[in-house]
Design a protein around this ligand. Structure first.
Ligand SMILES: [Zn+2]
Length: 274
C-alpha cells in the first residue's frame, strides 16, 4: 500500500459521512475528517477501503488463476490408465494400416473440432480390441486440453477405477472411494470412459455389472447430461444393454456420435511376425 507523504498531509474541517459504526446495537454514521494527502482532498477511511479492495482483487485473481490451472491439469494429475504408453497417444502417431482406421481417425478429428467450437455431445467408439480406440480417445482429449487453458479433461480406464474403489473398501486410508470418483468424473468438462464392459469379465455378457459399478456410472452420467462424454468399448450397444441398467444405457446413448471398427483386426496381433 502506498503511504501518504507526511509533508503533504493535513486535516480539513470537512467530513465524510459514508461510514457507520454500531453503537448500542444500532448502526450510526461515524463522520471521518477529510485530509489533504499529496495535494488531494480525501477521506482516509475511503482511501484505505479502496486500497484494501485492490489488494483483495489482486489476491482473488491469484487464487482464481491457481484454481484454473489445477482444474486444467486434471488430465495429467487424475487420469487412470492401465497402459502408460497411452499418454503419448496423438492423432499424429495413430498408426493407420486399414481404410477404416483412416475414416475413423478423420471422424474423431472432426468431432474434436466441434467440441472446440463449443458443441456438447457424446461419442461412442466401439470395436475389436487393439483397433486403436483408446489411442483415438486420448488423442481427442489431449488435443482439447492443449487448445484451451479453461477446460478440464479426464481419462479413466474403468477397470482401473473399479480396482481402486474395491481396494478402498478394505483400506480406510485410500482417497479413491466411490464418492471421490463420482465427484471427479462428474465435474470435468470432457471425460473419456475407456473400455466400458471390460470390468465385467471378458465378453461374458450374461454377467451383470455389480451394484457399485452401476451406482458410480449412474451418478456420473446423471451429472454429465450437459457435458461431453466419450466412451470406448469392445462391446456393442446390445451387449452393453445386458450388463448395465436402462438408465445408464439411455444416458450413454442419448444422441451419440458413433465411431465403429467393424473390419479392423487387432493391431497388436497383426503386428506380431509369424
Ligand atoms: Zn469516507
Amino acid at each position: 500500500m502506498k503511504l501518504p507523504n507526511l509533508e503533504g498531509l493535513s486535516f480539513l474541517s470537512e467530513k465524510c459521512y459514508l461510514h457507520t459504526t454500531i453503537a448500542f446495537g444500532k448502526e450510526v454514521v461515524k463522520p471521518v475528517q477529510m485530509m489533504i494527502i499529496d495535494g488531494l482532498e480525501v477521506c482516509p477511511r475511503c482511501e484505505k477501503e479502496k486500497q484494501d479492495e485492490l489488494l483483495r482483487l489482486e489476491q482473488q485473481r491469484f487464487y482464481d488463476n491457481a484454481e484454473r490451472l489445477i482444474r486444467h491439469n486434471t488430465l495429467m494429475r487424475e487420469s487412470l490408465v492401465s497402459d502408460k504408453t497411452i499418454l503419448n497417444a496423438r492423432f499424429d502417431n495413430y498408426k493407420v494400416t486399414q481404410d477404416e482406421q483412416q475414416t475413423n481417425k478423420q471422424k474423431v478429428m472432426l468431432r474434436t473440432e466441434q467440441y472446440r467450437n463449443g458443441h456438447t455431445f457424446n461419442i461412442f467408439i466401439q470395436g475389436t480390441p487393439g483397433a486403436g480406440k483408446s489411442h483415438l480417445a486420448y488423442s481427442l482429449l489431449k488435443s482439447i486440453h492443449d487448445s484451451s487453458e479453461t477446460v478440464s479433461c479426464l481419462y479413466i480406464d474403468i477397470d482401473e477405477m473399479i480396482r481402486k474403489i474395491k481396494d478402498s473398501f478394505n483400506n480406510k486410508d485410500s482417497k479413491f472411494t466411490e464418492s471421490y470418483f463420482v465427484k471427479l468424473l462428474s465435474e470435468v468438462d470432457f471425460l473419456v470412459l475407456d473400455d466400458l464392459g471390460a470390468e465385467v469379465g471378458s465378453i461374458d455378457t450374461t454377467k451383470q455389472a455389480t451394484d457399485f459399478i452401476q451406482r458410480v456410472l449412474r451418478a456420473v452420467l446423471n451429472a454429465r447430461q450437459d457435458k461431453s462424454t466419450i466412451t470406448t468399448s469392445n462391446l456393442s450397444s446390445v451387449q452393453l444393454k445386458s450388463i448395465y441398467d436402462a438408465k445408464i444405457i439411455s444416458r450413454l446413448f442419448k444422441n451419440p456420435h458413433y465411431v465403429v471398427f467393424e473390419k479392423t483386426k487387432d493391431q497388436r496381433v497383426v503386428n506380431i511376425p509369424f
